[in-house]
Structures are given as C-alpha cells and as structure tokens.
Design a protein around this ligand. Structure first.
Ligand code: AMP
Length: 283
C-alpha cells in the first residue's frame, strides 16, 4: 500500500501510470471506512490495474451547523482495514492544500442540488461536485466508483461528468447493509443502542413502499409516500426529513408511479440524519 499526501505527487504518479497504460480505478471517500467502502474498492480492483482510494473529509460540503467537527476520523483504522485487501494507493490530502486561502473557483450543480438532501443541506452538493472535480483532475482515473447509498449524489456526479466532459466512466455499486437492513454509513457510529435499533425503520419503510408499488394496488405516489411516512412515524425515535418517490434519472417527483422509480428517504434518529433509497422496477 502506498500513501500519498501531496497533490503534486499524486498527479505525477497518475501521469506515470497512464504512460504505462495502466487503468486507474478511483474510490473517493471521507474515511471511517466500512464494508460499503471496501465493496467499492473490490469492484474497482476487479477491473483496474491500480485502485486509488482518497480519504479526505471535505470541509466545503458541510453546512455551518453540521457535523464537520465530529465527523469520525481514524486514518490508522482505515489503513488497517485497507491492508486486508489487495494493495491500493491511498491519497490523503490536507484541507490547506486542497483549499488554500486563495481558493475561489467552484462547481455549482444547479437545480439538482436544491432538492431532496439539497433542500435541508443548502450548498452541500456544490461542495461535493467541487471536491470530486478536483479529485478527478488530481487522480485522472479511467473509472470512478460511487455507492447507490447516496443516490442523489450518483445522479449529480453523472451530470457533472457529462456537463464538464470528464473522460471518466462512473460505476454505481449496490448499497451494503447490516443484517437488519440498515445501510452502512460512517455516521452510524453516532447512534446509541436504542437509536441503532430504531434506525432499522428506514429499510423496513423502503421495503414496505416497494411492496405497495409491486403489488400493483397503489399507483399514486402521494398515497405510497403517505403509507411509508406512517410506518416511519410509528417509530418514536424517528423524525422524517423527507420521503420522496422520484424518477431515477432526473430525480423529478413522480405523481403516478410508472416504473422504474427510486424511493428516497431521509430520517433523523436522535440527532443523526440517515438517508437511504431503493430502486423499484415493476415487472
Ligand atoms: P463517504 O465516505 O460516506 O463519503 O462515502 C464514500 C463512498 O462510499 C460514496 O460513493 C458512498 O456512496 C459509498 N458508500 C457509503 N456507504 C455505502 C454503503 N453502505 N454501500 C455502498 N456504498 C457506500
């Protein structure tokens, strides 16, 4: 495993690898690695000669009242976890090099960034798009891997690549879940035992919504959303941020459910905001 901290060193290595006709797979993360992250890395290692994993907590994607200061950080644990895999290149830049005082250029994602998670996290997706564009320019990957867990992010990254002509393939990997269905997330470490138990409601609600849609009895999105909402609010520790049924390409709200659709939810359990989604395709 090679660890690179400096942007210039990463660019030089990438230039050399490309000159040697090596294919570069790239997995951007904010660290606190779990099985979800490792699954993206394994997907990359299946088809690329080299996999670069970035570990960088991107300050500009956090709002002023969000958890930037508390965000879990464990580089040593992360490197241990990575050592169980085939070797990767770890890129861990520091914020002062990524965003020096003179930094002033950023990517704005437009209306896609103002809906769903963007409605309660203003500016979040501009911050994500800006760091991903920077990382793409530094790592210069052939293939980049993102998790379906962050569904809106995957749609926005695909659009970023198309709109700004990055010559990169995006591969979306399935959400890795705990035994009770909770999507793995670095933020799950915030949950106490009671909250952890309650957080299984997210996946239960998604599966319930899927069942309503696939049974064919319910085609009006507002009715399905209402039923999902009822199931979530029956859990006393859960507070709904949003429940939406959207077109999986445009993220436009569906009125009548014509397949496929994505059910996207954000739920606050205690003080922790969790998101999840399910793609539903009726036969
Ligand atoms: P993060 O470190 O949370 O920014 O996530 C880095 C990447 O890992 C993103 O592409 C996420 O969508 C992906 N990811 C996070 N959790 C999971 C999961 N449970 N299953 C699959 N991918 C995930």
């Amino acid at each position: 495993m090679q660890i690179i901290k400096n942007i210039k060193d990463m660019q030089a290595l990438s230039r050399r690898l490309r000159a040697e006709n090596k294919t570069i797979g790239f997995v951007p993360t904010m660290g606190a690695l779990h099985e979800g992250h490792l699954s993206l890395i394994r997907h990359s290692q299946n088809i690329n000669s080299i996999t670069v994993v970035s570990i960088f907590i991107n300050p500009i994607q956090f709002g002023p009242n969000e958890d930037l200061k508390q965000y879990p950080q464990d580089l040593e644990g992360d490197l241990n976890r990575l050592s169980s895999l085939n070797p990767v290149i770890v890129f861990t830049p520091v914020a002062s090099e990524m965003y020096p005082e003179s930094f002033s250029t950023s990517v704005t994602v437009g209306s896609l960034g103002g809906i769903l998670c963007g409605a309660s996290r203003p500016g979040h997706f501009n911050g994500v798009a800006t760091v991903v564009a920077k990382l793409f320019n530094i790592v210069r990957p052939d293939n980049a891997y993102f998790g379906q867990k962050d569904f809106q992010q995957t749609v926005i990254i695909k659009k970023l690549i198309k709109d700004l002509n990055f010559d990169i393939n995006v591969i979306i990997c399935p959400t890795v879940r705990e035994l009770d269905g909770l999507a793995m997330s670095s933020r799950n470490t915030y949950l106490n035992n009671e909250e952890r138990r309650a957080s299984a409601v997210l996946y239960r609600a998604l599966k319930f919504g899927e069942e309503l849609i696939l049974s064919g009895g319910m085609v009006e999105a507002p009715s399905v959303k209402g039923q999902i909402g009822k199931l979530i609010t029956a859990e006393p520790l859960a507070k709904i941020d949003y429940v939406e049924i959207v077109d999986p390409h445009s993220l436009a709200k569906a009125d009548k459910i014509a397949s496929p659709v994505a059910i996207c939810i954000a739920v606050i359990i205690g003080k922790t905001r969790l998101i999840d989604n399910l793609l539903v395709e009726s036969k």
